[in-house]
Design a protein around this ligand. Structure first.
Ligand code: NDP
Length: 448
């Protein structure tokens, strides 16, 4: 074992003891630390000043009770979380996730990833994440509102436009953000940019809704161009049918690609003629129904139960946009066998480490989440700028900035990978590039 590997081994050993039973958090930290090996060799000062030890420990973790009353008059209790992970380069920034699978380990993994992603955008935002094990699915609007109000009755103490600025994530869309923001305003009396993803009538930015999905496709486009290909006429499979999936499908379609499959947690649809996105939007954004409903409108399409099968569909580009660890080694091998040339992660950590190895060893173009899905948070930072300046940019202005940011992220990750001897490995490139800025800021600010 080399000296830098020994250092990583020691840090991971201590980390594992301090964070038991949090497999997703371990997975995220191990991936970053392993890719920092060449940095440790070149910059022993980061080890000496304890940057590595400090960066894996959240600055603050808040866990709170969220009681609310359902439509039957019964009291329900959920658990709320906010992990303020790192504020070296700016106020904490990261979404809130409402999903029954949420626990502290999931929020820590997401908050940790957010540090490097936010740094990669080039904008001054630190890393954080939050959420609850509340499931908005099947709840009435009144129940969702009462839950959001109770959640904010505690969270408001810990956030602020220059402190910590949450946004949406799984299960937190326009409706939830509206209720959360309304309650924040009532409790504090402040009309500030404390949230991003806000509605357009109360401080939201044009193009924020589309940003993660559009940004993902801009990233893929840039990656393809750099390899002498284009996205036009490619066949695309997208998992999920939420915010990221829908707008990735929209932009890929605009650039001439054909989307043949999408999914939700129950199953997936396959439409050889190309998915009709208007139907998906109506089902998911307006009616809040299941993706299976698509086949009623498009009888030649097919529905399959279970979300894993989507990865056995033949395509050129695969965009996992649902959730963590949705592509395992077996699915990755099938994808390689089917001739997939690009995998770019819209979701956070959707590929297991084994799946990533399969993609890399078979020379697929692989865009890791930290780089490929950074368009959402980047546009959130643009929303913060507009709120501070009390102005609104046009859709085209925001979209042009987003495109530029995604291009820069691709080129930065790819250049840093080359510089550190891992040409073509965007996982390493994104991790190192994201890390360096934060690590330098932490060094400059002393041991705090
Ligand atoms: P949404 O809640 O809008 O959509 C999530 C989609 O994924 C739904 O179709 C959902 O299906 C599906 N899904 C969720 N959990 C599972 C699961 N366990 N198995 C299979 N499918 C599942 O969330 P977003 O689109 O906002 O987020 C999707 C991913 O993108 C997440 O990983 C998120 O962290 C990441 N991301 C989001 C950003 C944003 O701006 N929104 C920014 C950067 C990353 P169902 O309805 O059945 O639950």
């Amino acid at each position: 074992m080399g000296a830098s590997q020994q250092i990583i081994h020691e840090i991971m050993g201590r980390f594992a003891k301090r964070n038991p039973n949090e497999p997703e958090f371990h997975q995220a930290v191990l991936e970053v630390l392993e890719s920092l090996e060449p940095v440790i060799e070149k910059h022993p000062e980061f080890v000496k000043s304890g940057v590595l030890k400090r960066i894996v420990e959240p600055e603050r973790q808040i866990i709170f009770r969220v009681p609310w009353v359902d439509d039957n008059g019964e009291v329900q209790v959920n658990r709320g979380f906010r992990v303020q992970f790192n504020s070296a380069i700016g106020p904490y920034k990261g979404g809130l996730r409402f999903h029954p699978s949420v626990n502290l380990g999931i929020i820590k993994f997401l908050g940790f990833e957010q540090i490097f992603k936010n740094s990669l955008t080039g904008l001054p935002i630190g890393g954080g994440k939050g959420g609850s094990d509340f499931d908005p699915k099947g709840k009435s609007d009144g129940e969702v509102m009462r839950f959001c109000q109770s959640f904010m009755a505690e969270l408001y103490r810990h956030i602020g436009a220059d402190v910590d600025v949450p946004a949406g994530d799984i299960g937190v869309g326009a409706r939830e953000i509206g209720y959360l923001y309304g309650q924040y305003k009532k409790l504090t009396g402040l009309y500030t940019g404390v949230f991003t993803g806000k509605g357009l009538t109360y401080g939201g930015s044009l193009a924020r809704t589309q940003a993660t999905g559009f940004g993902l496709v801009y990233f893929v486009d840039e990656m393809l161009k750099a390899n002498n290909h284009t996205i036009a006429d490619k066949t695309v499979v997208i998992s999920g049918s939420g915010n990221v999936a829908i707008y990735a499908a929209e932009k890929a379609g605009q650039l001439g690609a054909k989307i043949v499959a999408m999914s939700d947690s129950d199953g997936y649809i396959y439409d050889a003629d190309g998915i009709n996105l208007d139907t998906v939007k109506r089902l998911k954004e307006v009616e809040r129904k299941r993706i299976s409903g698509y086949c009623e409108y498009h009888p030649t399409s097919e529905y399959f139960t279970g979300s894993q099968g989507i990865w056995s569909i033949k395509c050129d580009i695969a965009l996992p946009c649902a959730t963590q660890n949705e592509i395992n080694e077996e699915s990755a091998l099938k994808m390689v066998g089917n001739g997939v040339m690009v995998v770019a992660e819209g979701a956070n950590m959707p590929s297991t480490p084994e799946a990533v190895k399969v993609f890399q060893s078979n020379n697929l173009l692989f865009g890791p989440a930290k780089a490929a899905n950074a368009g959402g948070v980047a546009t959130s930072a643009l929303e913060m700028s507009q709120n501070s300046m009390r102005c609104s940019w046009t859709f085209d202005e925001v979209d042009a900035k987003l495109k530029e940011i995604m291009k820069n992220i691709y080129h930065t990750a790819s250049q840093v990978a080359r510089e550190y001897g891992h040409e073509g490995n965007l996982v390493t490139g994104a991790n190192i590039a994201g890390f360096l800025k934060v690590a330098n800021a932490m060094m400059a600010q002393g041991v705090v």
